[in-house]
Every structure is written in structure tokens, then in C-alpha cells.
Design a protein around this ligand. Structure first.
Ligand code: CDP
Length: 227
């Protein structure tokens, strides 16, 4: 077991990133969102190739990409600055095009290998809350505590819709719901590192919990763990 490591997994827009960020702040741990890496690769692929279906070309981009996640330098609601080969793409990775391409890109085994190596390097240092789809199962199977945060597709789509509106963008609720359902389906059915709870994960259904209540629940489990 790697002490002081927390793995948080769950489907799209389940609130796991927000909860993990708050948890990390409370514990003074590093917050690391692995979804950002898959999104950054997808953005670079769309930028360079215009489409995501050439697995070899996509894998090559994933092997050579330089992704930096730095403390935020702009106060526009971002948790971090995300840079790809030195360029700030913090908001670009949240676009509908990236949302549509990221799950297919994340099925490619060589893309996952390249990302997993980098994520493990961060994980072994400890004092980290790492978030994604396969953290408890593949990236940090030795994490001290594992959570799987779930919510119904409708609640998740509502939450994402609200975020989109808050950023002043216009996307239809129905489109967001459809995109979330499609991503869940691709993420859960892929052969390598599919989305699923680790056998020893604590499962949290956040449908009826506020953001704060999710964080309180996580903190409660953490403070009562066997040490
Ligand atoms: O924030 P949201 O839940 O919408 O998604 P995300 O965590 O940013 O992840 C975006 C996509 O990256 C997911 O739908 C997965 O296809 C992929 N992903 C993955 O395969 N493995 C991870 N550890 C994290 C993300």
C-alpha cells in the first residue's frame, strides 16, 4: 500500500473532480486530474490530424506530447493551467469536439500506456488525490483509499449543463446528456482499463448530495480509516 494516496474514479461529470480538488485542499495533498491528460492528447490530435481514428498516428502523438499542469496563473475559474508543448489550452480541452473525441482516443492501448507511466510517477510520491476512470484499478491499485463516485446520467448532465451556462457558452442539455451517455458506454466497454470500481473501492452515490456533502463524506471515510 502506498500511504497517503487516494484514488477517485467515476463516470463523466459525476462531481469527482470538484470533490477531489476540495479534498486535496483540506488534506494539503496534490490534486491530479488524469482526465486532463487524455483531453490534452485529444486536443493535440484534433489540432494536428483533424480526426481521432488513426490509432498509430494518435499513439505517436501521445508518446511525444509534453503536458504540463501548473498552478493557475489566470483567475477565470480554472483549477490549473494546462499546457501542451508550451501552449495554454486550459479551456480548449473542455470543448464539445474534445468531449466527442476523448473517449475513442482513450481506448487506444498505447495512449493509455504513455499516460499511465506518467501518472504512476506522480502517484508514487504520495500525498496525492488522483482522479480518473482507472486509478483504483490500474494506475494506483495500491492506493491507501479508493472511492468510486457515481450519479445518474440525468443528474450528471444537469450539473455539466449548469457549468457550461456559467461559462457563458450555449450547449443543449439533450446534447450534453447524449455525449455523457456515449462516453460512459465507450469508457465502460473498452478492453484496456475500463471504467469500473476497484473491488475495494468505497462507492458513493452523489445523486442526492451537494458538492459539500460529497467532500464531507470523503473526509469522514479518510479520517476513520485504519492506520
Ligand atoms: O470531467 P469528465 O468526467 O467529463 O471527464 P474527464 O475525467 O475529464 O475524462 C475525459 C475522458 O478521458 C473520459 O471520458 C475517458 O474516456 C478518459 N479518461 C480515461 O480513459 N482514463 C482516465 N484515468 C481519465 C480519463
Amino acid at each position: 500500500m502506498i500511504q497517503n494516496t487516494i484514488a477517485i474514479d467515476g463516470p463523466a461529470a459525476s462531481g469527482k473532480s470538484t470533490a477531489a480538488e476540495a479534498l486535496a485542499k483540506r488534506l494539503d495533498f496534490l490534486y491530479f486530474d488524469t482526465g486532463v491528460m487524455y483531453r490534452a492528447v485529444t486536443w493535440a490530435v484534433l489540432d494536428q490530424l483533424g480526426a481521432v481514428d488513426d490509432e498509430d498516428a494518435v499513439s505517436q502523438i501521445a508518446r511525444n506530447i509534453k503536458i504540463d499542469v501548473n498552478p493557475a496563473t489566470v483567475a477565470d475559474g480554472r483549477p490549473n493551467d494546462v499546457l501542451v508543448n508550451g501552449r495554454d489550452i486550459t479551456w480548449e480541452i473542455r470543448s464539445a469536439a474534445v468531449n466527442a473525441g476523448v473517449s475513442p482516443v482513450s481506448t487506444y492501448p498505447q495512449v493509455r500506456d504513455a499516460m499511465t507511466v506518467q501518472q504512476r510517477r506522480i502517484g508514487v510520491g504520495g500525498m496525492v488525490v488522483m482522479v480518473g476512470r482507472d486509478i483504483g484499478t490500474v494506475v494506483m491499485p495500491d492506493a491507501e483509499m479508493k472511492f468510486f463516485i457515481n450519479a445518474s446520467a440525468e443528474v450528471r448532465a444537469q450539473r455539466r449543463y449548469k457549468e457550461v451556462l456559467e461559462r457563458g457558452l450555449s450547449e443543449r442539455y439533450e446534447d450534453i446528456l447524449a455525449s455523457i451517455l456515449l462516453r460512459d458506454q465507450i469508457d465502460s466497454s473498452r478492453t484496456v482499463a475500463p471504467l469500473r470500481p476497484a473491488a475495494d473501492a468505497i462507492i458513493i452515490d452523489s445523486d442526492h448530495l451537494t458538492r459539500e456533502e460529497v467532500v464531507i463524506t470523503l473526509l469522514d471515510y479518510w479520517s476513520k480509516r485504519d492506520v
